[in-house]
Design a protein around this ligand. Structure first.
Ligand code: TXA
Ligand code: MG
Length: 314
């Protein structure tokens, strides 16, 4: 079992020794290691059982540190950073050679972000290196949003979980890349596209698609519980699957096994609860989880994207 605690010094010492520590962010918990040391990065891929073709995000305390690891930062990225960093927004930028190729799976861009959580920001400020951190779950499974989620799945494999409480965004960061001054969204996430467009103007969205995904978070089946997930009209689906667990946006269907994401129809609250809900339903004695899309606006896009992937086969 890992120790769960709030000791930043302990986290720092372990990371400086090349060990991994689970860290809180506003989006989801990360499985962190020294991003400049290939040995630490190798441990991340092993513990997560993640294929090495799927690159990691590098976490920095501020934009000045991002400059140290990237060749150049386009003006539009600077504007977005000044609007939304620290926060749930990851940039894909040309990397410098100090970032090991293993981190980026051989790509010449690195995913970089400044997370918005006081403990992790303090940790990043004190460390002499940035942190590579994927979500702290086994590859393909639902991301963790509490220390207990991390303990449940990775507790035997790591020593320490830095306890920052429940994540208050609850869904992974939005990933964007740049072509000239154009912004391309590769993963819908915890920062809404509407918010990005208020600064950047119209953006391109390339979150589905392609056989050789630029952001392999685009893999079709991902973020998935073990139970079969079916998305549709819940009342219709209940007739077909009377014993299923029900995951609804705001309606109470009065089922034995159900989880309501937000009884007040708040998309933010639904995002915060989504991964806990999937984990809870995954543990209940049901074989199938039936659910519905939420309104496709704001964080609803990211929620619907995760539901679609949770429901994808294979
Ligand atoms: O909110 C988050 O982003 C969380 C917290 C811990 O920061 N991290 C996270 O990491 O979700 P991960 O590894 O679970 O998902 C990162 C996604 C992956 O799908 C990866 O393929 C993509 O980002 N990615 C990372 N670097 C990339 C790069 N250079 N080019 C394209 N995609 C990249
Ligand atoms: Mg992940």
């Amino acid at each position: 079992m890992a120790t769960i605690g709030k000791d930043i010094n302990k986290a720092k010492e372990l990371l400086e020794r090349g060990e991994l520590v689970a860290i809180p962010t506003e989006t989801v918990y990360g499985l962190a290691g020294n991003a400049l040391e290939s040995e630490s990065v190798t441990k991340i891929f092993k513990v997560k059982e993640r294929p090495e073709f799927d690159p990691l995000i590098v976490h920095v305390p501020d934009l000045d540190h991002a400059e140290k690891y990237t060749v150049s930062i386009p003006p539009i990225a600077r504007q977005l950073a000044s609007g939304f960093w620290p926060g749930p927004l990851t940039f894909l930028l040309q990397k410098r050679s100090i970032i090991p190729d293993l981190v980026t799976s051989g790509l010449d861009t690195v995913g970089i972000r400044c997370p918005d959580h006081p403990l992790t920001r303090e940790l990043l400020h004190r460390l002499p290196f940035p942190l590579a951190a994927p979500s702290a779950n086994p590859f393909g499974y639902v991301s963790p949003t509490t220390p207990a989620h991390v303990q449940d799945q990775l507790g035997e494999k790591i020593q320490y979980i830095l306890d920052g409480g429940a994540c208050n965004v609850g869904i992974e960061s939005t990933i964007v890349g740049f072509e000239g001054n154009d912004v391309i969204v590769y993963r819908a996430g915890g920062l809404s596209i509407e918010a990005i467009e208020r600064i950047a103007g119209k953006v391109q969205v390339q979150t589905h698609s392609v056989s050789n995904p630029k952001a392999p978070g685009q893999l079709k089946s991902h973020y998935a519980p073990r139970k079969k997930v079916i998305v549709g009209d819940i009342p219709t689906l209940i007739k077909q699957y009377p014993d299923a667990g029900v995951l609804s946006f705001s309606n109470d269907y009065r089922r034995l096994h159900q989880f309501i994401l937000s009884s007040t129809s708040s998309i933010e609250e639904a995002a915060r609860n989504l991964f806990t809900a999937l984990r809870v339903l995954d543990k209940l004695p049901v074989t199938t989880i039936i659910t519905e899309f939420v309104p496709n606006e704001g964080l609803g896009r990211a929620i619907n994207d995760r539901l679609r992937r949770a429901a994808a086969e294979g």
